[in-house]
Design a protein around this ligand. Structure first.
Ligand code: GH3
Ligand code: MG
Ligand code: MG
Ligand code: MG
Length: 331
């Protein structure tokens, strides 16, 4: 790809010399004759490099440099100065210019080498940054399903608890475990099992709001983090997910299978005030779903053990609330 270089220079002969030179090296060259015009070109074209004079009418090169460097742009700047501007040139380096050259430009090859070098450096930096981003992204994903992984769940929960405490928000976690998944593997093979894990992640994702986050919690376990949600909304979301899974048929390689899931949910802060206990509450609710026959959704009620553990149904839930007098706040 051809790099774009913006030359800002008020002396026409220097401007033309540089333009011819850089075009000769196959760069895409744009020009401006003062700092104001130069900044306009900069905003329009987002050039890779700016070669700018210092002393110019309307707006000088220092101001151009300042503006470019405050814009978090990747644009590099090389300064062209008159002989008397040595201290200015050094100031420019401090402000983030890559290099400076004195006019008249005596050794054009040195300037061209600097242009080549700074563009190489810039491209390398951009590539590195994108690699770092890719690595960061990989480190928070589960390779099979592409969902967020267990490690990312831990940091996300820490952050969510922090935020919810500060802004007095509540949030909900929903743990999902596939029922008798071992049988899927045993009957149809591990590859088909992998396919089910992946596709289940996909059909759950479709149902979620943009602000919900879905994690692969473990082997055949998922966890959804739903923020700023009322208990009623969370219960409907959970019930909807149960129905979506019940209604789905997994089909691949001539095999057709249906699965069910058991789910357990817990609210912050009504069910627990910290991460460990919140996960424990959801896990206990999930365990109750399993124990009462699977293919069910339960929520972590307050730890009072005389409260009957009832399958999650909106009406039953409010009956439980009234009967137990637990006085949980919702919303
Ligand atoms: P339950 O209803 O009690 O949850 O029964 P289950 O069979 O789902 O639970 P169990 O914990 O006995 O078995 C989970 C199975 O999930 C066993 C394990 O081989 C399988 N599993 C875990 N991770 C993967 C994976 O990445 N791919 C496949 N195909 N299977 C996996
Ligand atoms: Mg000038
Ligand atoms: Mg399990
Ligand atoms: Mg299971």
């Amino acid at each position: 790809m051809r790099e774009t270089i913006l030359i800002i220079e008020d002396e026409a002969d220097i401007l033309n010399l540089l333009r011819n030179l850089l075009e000769g090296e196959d760069y895409n060259v744009i020009t401006a004759t003062n700092g104001r015009e130069g900044l306009d070109r900069f905003h329009e074209h987002d050039p890779d490099l700016i070669l700018t004079d210092v002393r110019m009418p309307v707006l000088d090169g220092i101001e151009v440099l300042r503006e470019v460097k405050t814009k978090e742009s990747d644009t590099e700047v090389i300064i062209l100065t008159g002989h008397s501007d040595e201290t200015t040139a050094i100031d420019c380096l401090r402000l983030g210019a890559y290099d400076y050259f004195r006019k008249p430009l005596e050794d054009i090859d040195v300037l061209l080498a600097a242009v080549e070098r700074v563009l190489e450096k810039r491209n390398l930096e951009i590539k590195n940054r994108s690699l770092v981003r890719q690595l960061e992204e990989l480190s928070i994903r589960d390779p099979l399903t592409g969902l967020y992984n267990y490690r990312h769940l831990q940091t996300s929960l820490d952050e969510e608890i922090e935020r919810s405490r500060r802004y007095r928000h509540n949030f909900f976690i929903l743990m999902i475990d596939i029922d008798h998944f071992k049988e899927i593997n045993d009957t149809h093979g591990h590859l088909f099992g992998d396919f089910v894990l992946k596709q289940l992640g996909e059909i759950i994702s479709v149902e979620l709001r943009a602000s919900d986050r879905l994690f692969r919690y473990g082997g055949e376990e998922y966890l959804i983090l739903m923020n700023e949600i009322s208990e009623d909304e969370a219960v409907s979301a959970g019930n909807r997910l149960m129905d979506v899974v019940r209604g789905h048929t997994f089909q691949a390689g001539g095999v057709c299978a249906k699965v069910t899931v058991s789910m357990g949910g817990a609210f912050f802060p009504t069910d627990a005030l910290d991460k460990v206990n919140l996960i424990k509450k959801a896990d206990q609710a999930l365990y109750r779903s399993k124990r009462s026959g699977r293919n069910r959704f339960e929520c972590g009620l307050d730890s009072c053990d005389n409260v009957p553990r009832i399958g999650y149904d909106r009406k039953l839930r409010s009956d439980v609330k009234m009967a137990s007098g637990a006085g949980r706040s919702s919303g």
